[in-house]
Design a protein around this ligand. Sequence first.
Ligand SMILES: NC(=O)c1ccc[n+]([C@@H]2O[C@H](COP(=O)([O-])OP(=O)(O)OC[C@H]3O[C@@H](n4cnc5c(N)ncnc54)[C@H](O)[C@@H]3O)[C@@H](O)[C@H]2O)c1
Length: 402
Amino acid sequence: MTHLRIVICGVDGYIGFALAQYLLNRGHEIFGIDCFHRRAFVKEMGLESMIPIAPWDNRLRELKAMGSSQFESIDIAEHYDRLRKVFEDFEPEGIINLAQQPSPAYSMIDAEHANFTMRNNIQGLLNIAWAMRDYAPESHVVTLGTMGEYGFPHMNIPEGFFEVEFEGMKDILPFPRQTQSVYHCSKVQATDLAWFFCRVWELRATDIHQGVVYGTRTEDMRDEPLLRTRFDVGECFGTYINRCVASAVIGHPIIPYGTGMQNRGYIALTDSIACLTLAVENHPTDEDSHHGYRCINQFDECYTCNSLADVVVKVANERFDLNATVKHIENPRIEPEIHYYNPHHRKLYQMGWRPTRTLEEELVVMFEDLLPHKEKMQKYKHKIVPKIRWRPRTKKRGKKHG
Ligand SMILES: NC(=O)c1ccc[n+]([C@@H]2O[C@H](COP(=O)([O-])OP(=O)(O)OC[C@H]3O[C@@H](n4cnc5c(N)ncnc54)[C@H](O)[C@@H]3O)[C@@H](O)[C@H]2O)c1
């Protein structure tokens, strides 16, 4: 395997820190970038990571011991000049962009949070594209979208593109996106941006439409506390399975929203980073991309919220003698709850990826990792039930105002 020089934007995040370790252990050289937004967002929500995470300097020391690692604190959305300089000096062969505001709920708090999400998520990728165009045109960016971009059409969902026939003519076009939050809109804009800079500037991008990620650790972390990645449980930054397990640990009911029939694709953290690595190590080709733009749906299995809650209850009660229960609550989001859902996820398999653990095996590891932090987690029990509402306007359409 060729060893690459890889820039990771968002290296201090949930996925980024695990990914950095995996890439270093495979012999790649990394340049990490982060401006610690995620630490600040979680603090703003009155929370902290349930698994303690080390200050960045200590994390960096650990990464350096594993392999060639550099780091600079840069807000990639705001400081193009500093980002550009990294590209000029480091000459990356691959770039992975994880540096976005990742929470739908956070983007729906108010105008300020919505604007921040849009600005941060679009400008960051746009700055990467300019830096690639001028300083690393032969490189390749792996950028993180989400499965949520597609919405819930009443048809199968392809990987990015599909053949359309209209008035007797056919073409291959991007599959429509229809989203449910400002965060998801920002991801759609980023998808369009990547498609644009591949067509017009002849750059190369892999746009990962990722499902929900869950898990507390990867093999690289061993039992070293300084290598552990963050684990959040609040309504904004805790993902569904992670919140289910946390609820079971602290004796709070697991709370599917509404009917709990929402169907989504999920992937374990350890599998997510293996897929991202496969993507960055294999540049898009003429065969598997459209003008250098390749879209991949990245998830392992689809589950409804209810079916996941049932598996978590089973593992919690049978393996750990807990008393986990489920209680449905009013859905704070505006979303279809009962819907058809059958997305493709063929490309990663064609590239050779296979999932390494079953959901139940991963859940056991999660309980083992979280139970020692039960006392600290109890402090945040009141943060489990969501408060942010996706409220539509109160006046009905068609009624005259004033
Ligand atoms: N975790 C999931 O379930 C999931 C699912 C689908 C897609 N994704 C996407 O994957 C990516 C990573 O997700 P994550 O869960 O690791 O999120 P995260 O918030 O833990 O990681 C993102 C990192 O990027 C940094 N960052 C954000 N904006 C930045 C900026 N302007 N400049 C520099 N650094 C910045 C943050 O400080 C953070 O460390 C995100 O784009 C997210 O939307 C995540």
